[in-house]
Every structure is written in C-alpha cells, then in structure tokens.
Design a protein around this ligand. Structure first.
Ligand SMILES: Cc1ncc(COP(=O)(O)O)c(C=O)c1O
Length: 455
C-alpha cells in the first residue's frame, strides 16, 4: 500500500472508527496499526511488515486466515441463499445442519442451539432464557446469578454486568446489582486472602466452600445460575486449581443452580478438545456458550446451547407461560452457519485438534523456561492458550506494567501478542507448526530481555 493510501486510511480511521476497548485520548495521537492482509498464520500491515499472528485475530482465527476453501464455501452459500428470516417456523439448511452438529459435539443433553451474533449476545440470551425458565417453572424468586471476579462475558449491558473485570466498568452505572454477584477468581497465582499457602486440593475446597457459602447467603432458592469460563481468558489466562470446575458444578447441582459454561474462547480446539468443560474438566454444563472458534471468526456467529431439561420446560404452550419471545435478525444466519460447517470440516480433515495436543505442550513447556527471567512472575495456560504475568518483585507479585513495551518489541521482531497492562496473552491459530511455535518462544523471550535491559 502506498504511503498516501496508508495515510488516508489512518486519518479516516482516527476521525470516524470508534474502536472497542480503546483509549481515545491516546488513539487521537497514535492512530491504528492498519492490518492489510492476512494469510495462514500471518498478517501483514500497511507498510508490508509481515508478522506471525500470536493471538489468532482475537482468540478466533483457529484455522488460520484467508483460506480459499472457506471463501469458496461462503461464496457458494451466498450465491445459493445468503440469508433469510429465522423467526418462527422458517429455517435454512446450514443453520439446521450446524445445530445438529453442535448438538452432537456438545456433551450430555445439550441438544438445543440458539444462534446469536457473537459471545456477548449468547450470554445475554442465556440469561434471558434462565430468567424465563424459572418463571415458567413457577420459581419467580430464583433469579440471582453468580459470576466471578476477573471473569469476562462480553460487552452488551447484561454481559458486561456479568463480567467481573470491574476496572473496565468504573465510569458506567452498574446495572442488575440486585441480581448479579461475584465470587473469587479461580487463580492459582494470585489467591484470595486465606488461601495463599493452601495445597492445590485444599485451595479447590476453599473456592468451592466460598461458592457454597455465597449461595447460602443469597438463599439457594434465589439463585438461578453460576457462569464461568473453564479458563478465565481476558481476565489473564487464570488457571484454576485441579478439580475446581467439577467441585463448583457439584455445588450447583446440589442446589438446582444452572451451570453456564462460557466457552467462547476454549471451545473448538484451543485446549485440544471440541468442548473443554466435559472432556478436560469433567463437568456437564446446563448451558454452553460458544462463538469465535465456531467459524474461526470468518463471519460473526455465536450460540447458547441448552439442555433437554431446559428446553422441555420452556417449550410449554403460551397459556402455561411458554413462547420464548427473543432473538436476533441474524440468529442462524445461513452464510455464517455455512462458514461454521466448513470450519468443522477443516478441523476434522486436517486433524487440527491433534496439532494442538502435540504442539501445545511444546509451547507451554518452552514458555515456562522464561521463569528464569527476573520480571516473569508466572507463565500459565494449556494447549494454545498462554498467559505471562510480569512482575517487579517475584515475592510480592507486584504487577509490572510493561506488557505494551514487550508488545512493541514483538511487533518489530515479527510477532503479534496481546498486552494487558502487566500480562501478555498468546492464543495463536491452531494451525501453527513446530517452527512457528519455536518462533513465538524465541521472539517473546528476546522482547522481554530487551525490555529488561532498558529498565
Ligand atoms: C469468555 C468470553 N465470553 C464472551 C465474550 C464476548 O464475545 P463477543 O466479543 O463475541 O461478544 C468473550 C470475548 O472475548 C469471551 O472471551
């Protein structure tokens, strides 16, 4: 791209594109990084600088970028029937094929798919259905939702309220404070007071007891659902102690509380399995939330997948309180669903989950070697999901806000990572090869060392 074209894009962007999660005060000065091309595991900026995409767009380009087979599938669907109204009794082939496929992949009786436009809207829909479900069951008081500090569930009004990264909501009025409350993050590295020195097993019990006590305080008959990511992603790739998810699920089961597994990041291969909750963490969600990797981000799509038990209750006739009046114009968008079907075909044909199982440990073990560096406090993750916690003091775990500097060095060295204050998040396409895993390992280390040298 010529520098004149580049400048024009930059100026239009600066003047008119309101970017998500952006500090507009600095944005006006610095502008954007313009990404012009993307192919396979790489992206190219407007100056022709090619970089390995260490974050798969934003935890989503699982099969890699710019694939011709995806383009062909999307083209074929558009020329056949790009979109038609999904309301009431009208459907389309890709949406019904995909619903059956998702029901097949989702564990247990998770057989009913409500399509949305992304992860936030899937969480919103889940919460509206939970509300409706308990009203239809004649349990109008069972409405409270328990979420967790540092959990991320999206950016619509209700999904943001579920989100426990409280700093992102400082200047907004808080809504649903009578409904939503939070328990501690499940974080092996920075633990809540009283849990600092517990064994992993005892820490699991500590957190499960906290949940149990919180439910008792609210009154089990008032609590409708618990929402949790299997691994907290945007909160900083926070790893729970072993057995935590299962123990929380048991607590929920005991009190007739629905377990909503937000697998927007973890589903469809990032941890080496299609669905992490059952396969990896051994619990059975009542509602499964998916998005991003569902079609590798080629077209916006999400879904909330409900159990037979919930579906049966909400299927009552209107006279008995039924008829679920909610949904989106683009629920079950034919082209987005066709892209998802192609995505799953590619994942299977190219054995991409096996790739994560093989190379995930190489990435994780390689990255853990950075623990010898004085500012690396913690390296954690699983599969193709990695978090690095930078600290000024390994004893006190004082966060060191230099992730942006590490990011800038990585960009120069040809790698995109995601900086969040003191955290570096890495979540590459699942199609990475061994050399590319090694490139991440060597570039991030060099970048951290360079930042340390300048301190
Ligand atoms: C766990 C989780 N839930 C929900 C969302 C929101 O998804 P979206 O941005 O597609 O609305 C995200 C986005 O990163 C997420 O990580």
């Amino acid at each position: 791209m010529s520098s004149t074209q580049s400048k024009s894009i930059w100026q239009k962007d600066k003047a008119h594109f309101m970017h998500p999660y952006t500090d507009y005060s600095t944005f006006h000065e610095e502008g954007s990084q313009v990404i012009s091309e993307a192919s396979g595991n790489y992206i190219v900026d407007d100056k022709g600088h090619k970089m390995l995409d260490g974050i798969a767009g934003l935890w989503c380009a699982n099969i890699g970028h710019g694939r011709k087979d995806m383009a062909d599938a999307i083209h074929a669907q558009i020329t056949k029937m790009q979109y038609y109204n999904p309301f009431g009794h009208c459907t389309n082939e890709p949406a019904s094929e995909l619903a059956a496929k998702l029901a097949d992949m989702a564990p247990g009786s998770l057989n009913h798919v409500f399509y949305t436009c992304g992860g936030s809207t899937a969480n919103d829909i889940a919460m509206r259905v939970v509300n409706f479900y308990n009203n239809v069951r004649g349990l109008p008081n069972k409405k409270k939702i328990i979420s967790r500090n540092y959990g991320y569930h999206g950016s619509t009004y209700f999904a943001a309220a579920l989100t426990g990264i409280h700093g992102t909501k400082d200047s907004f009025d808080q809504i649903a404070t009578d409904i939503i409350s939070y328990v501690s993050a499940a974080d092996m590295y920075r633990r809540p007071a009283g849990a600092e020195n517990l064994s992993e097993e005892d820490y699991t019990e500590f957190l499960a007891n906290e949940l149990e006590n919180h439910i008792q305080q609210l009154g089990p008959d008032n609590v409708a659902a618990f929402i949790a990511e299997p691994i907290m992603g945007a909160g900083g790739v926070l790893m729970a102690p072993k057995g935590y998810q299962r123990r929380c699920w048991e607590v929920c089961q005991k009190h007739d509380i629905l377990f909503v597994a937000d697998e927007v990041v973890t589903a469809f291969g990032r941890l080496g399995e299609m669905v992490a909750s059952k396969e990896i963490f051994d619990y059975q969600p009542d509602i499964l939330i998916v998005a991003k990797g569902i079609n590798s981000g080629y077209i916006p799509l999400g879904a909330a997948i409900f159990s037979d038990e919930i579906y049966e209750v909400i299927s009552k006739p209107q006279s008995e309180g039924g008829v679920l009046s909610l949904g989106f114009t683009y629920s079950g968008h034919a082209t987005a669903c066709a892209a998802a079907l192609k995505n799953f075909e590619i994942l299977e044909e190219e054995n991409i989950l096996e790739n994560v199982k093989t190379l995930g440990p190489r990435l994780q073990e390689g990255a853990r070697k950075w623990m010898d560096l004085p500012i690396v406090g913690d390296v954690r993750g699983m599969g193709f999901m990695l978090g690095i916690d930078l600290v000024s003091n390994k004893e006190t775990k004082e966060p060191l806000a230099v992730a942006q500097k590490v990011f800038e060095k990585c960009i120069k060295l040809g790698l995109v990572i995601r900086p969040i204050v003191n955290l570096i998040v890495i979540s590459p396409p699942l199609t990475l090869n061994e050399q590319e895993v090694d490139a991440i390992l060597s570039i991030v280390r060099s970048a951290i060392v360079e930042v340390m040298d300048e301190m």
